[in-house]
Design a protein around this ligand. Structure first.
Ligand code: UD1
Ligand code: UDP
Length: 386
């Protein structure tokens, strides 16, 4: 019998990224796996493809070009998910890796997890267990199904662990690993600080608010979007707003912008971190920006009825304010007058990628080589729970 290698040596991991937040999440996982001696294949599904939604992140993050590109592109949920699956299946057969690592909750995440599960390749889901409780969100469906299909479940917060166990996941498959998005944030914060984006936009630190909106429930319905824009206009009378616009939102905004709200195209990662760092408050429906603003200690209002990231509320600077214009304006004015104190969840320490790699190295059997131990228990990756 061959002795399993130490660390992740001998492991071949396919790591999947397809949409903007995925690029940010895979970087620390790739780095840690490679540092531990694993072979990695980076697959870009092509869900996002504009330079501003994809290419810029490779430069900003120092991410190597993808080893494989599936060029799935845009479409309805079924069309896009099927396009990713159709292209990923033959590639996966050819690569025959030991494990497929998927991150987050986008269509590419679900599509690649489903293909891998049916090819009997172990699936590791990073950012497992997040639940908004709102199945009208496409991401909630993607989260639930991806978690059900996954062999290794890496939660970023204790509530994620609780959801997974409550839904029947085996305890030994669940690992509280921390937050890979925060790994990247901490690694890039200093470089972001040197970006000239604030000066280029004519704003100064603490002198503006940052807005991002792209949830279909907020931007696809003109009546909802009009209400949100009216609220932004009111807030902008007290504090000018900078609004990098997601392509889903761009078409809906034409001619509707209130005074005091400055729009620009989607910004690169370093500029986005710089803009968050300098903001007096953040108004967003983004999952990642709820987390980043908490990690940066910047007040955040989430313009949604729910969050799948409650830790940003209970241990951070986030407040879920809903979509009523009056409630949004009242909460924003309150923050401008009395900002909440900065605080950050303990396990968001910049080392999630390393914990994930350690578990993968230990738990994933190499093809043709038996594993030392097939699983390691939900406390193994968790300094908090050990
Ligand atoms: C997707 C994810 C969402 C995530 C977001 C991150 C799903 C179901 N949704 O939403 O969870 O928060 O990415 O930003 O996976 N488009 C472009 N250029 C691009 C990409 C998209 O113009 O590079 C336009 C297309 O018109 C496309 C639309 O944006 O139809 C929506 O793109 P899509 O990937 O389907 O969903 P997102 O809204 O980006
Ligand atoms: N982001 C960015 N440029 C932008 C808006 C967001 O670089 O114009 C970054 C942001 O800092 C975070 C990630 O993209 O790291 C969040 O992605 P997004 O809001 O698109 O998706 P979500 O997190 O809601 O799935």
């Amino acid at each position: 019998m061959t002795t399993p290698a130490a660390g992740a040596a001998g492991l071949h991991a396919v790591v999947v990224a397809g949409a903007r937040p995925n690029f940010i999440k895979v970087k620390p996982i790739l780095d840690a796996l490679e540092a531990d001696g694993a072979r990695t294949s980076l697959v870009h599904t092509g869900q996002h493809y504009d330079d501003a939604m994809s290419g810029v992140f490779f430069g900003d993050l120092g991410l190597r070009p993808p080893d494989h590109h599936l060029e799935a592109g845009s479409g309805s949920h079924a069309v896009q998910t099927a396009a990713v699956m159709t292209a990923f299946e033959p590639l996966l057969r050819r690569l025959a890796p030991d494990v497929v690592v998927v991150v987050g909750d986008v269509n590419s995440t679900l599509a690649c997890a489903l293909v891998a599960a049916k090819e009997n390749v172990p699936v590791a889901h990073v950012e497992a267990g997040l639940r908004s409780g709102d199945r009208t969100m496409p991401e909630e469906i993607n989260r639930i199904v991806t978690d059900r299909l996954s062999d290794l479940l890496f939660a970023s917060s204790p509530d994620g662990v609780d959801h997974l166990l409550a839904e029947g996941a085996a305890a030994e498959s669940v690992h509280l690993a921390g937050n890979v998005m925060v790994d990247t944030l901490l690694a890039c914060r200093e470089r972001a600080r040197r970006r000239p984006v604030l000066a280029e936009l004519g704003v100064r630190p603490g002198g503006y608010g940052l807005v991002t909106l792209h949830r279909p429930s907020n931007v696809d319905d003109p009546a909802v979007l009009d209400g949100l824009l009216a609220a932004l206009g009111e807030i902008a009378r007290r504090c000018p707003l900078v609004f990098p616009v997601h392509p889903r939102t761009a078409g809906s905004l034409a001619g509707r912008l209130p005074d005091g709200v400055r729009t620009l195209g989607p910004v690169g990662y370093l500029d986005c971190v710089a803009l968050q760092t300098g903001a007096r408050l953040v108004l967003t429906d983004s999952g990642g920006i709820q987390e980043e603003s908490t990690a940066l200690g910047v007040p955040c209002l989430t313009l949604r009825e729910t969050t799948e990231r409650p830790l940003t509320v209970t241990e951070g600077t986030n407040r879920v304010v809903g979509c009523s214009p009056a409630a949004i304006v009242a909460a924003a004015l309150e923050i401008l007058d009395r900002p909440p104190p900065p605080r950050c969840p303990t396990l968001w320490d910049g080392h999630a990628g390393e914990r994930i790699s350690a578990v993968l190295g230990r738990a994933v059997p190499r093809r043709g080589v038996p594993a030392a131990r097939s699983t390691t228990g939900c406390d193994t990756a968790s300094p908090v729970r050990s």
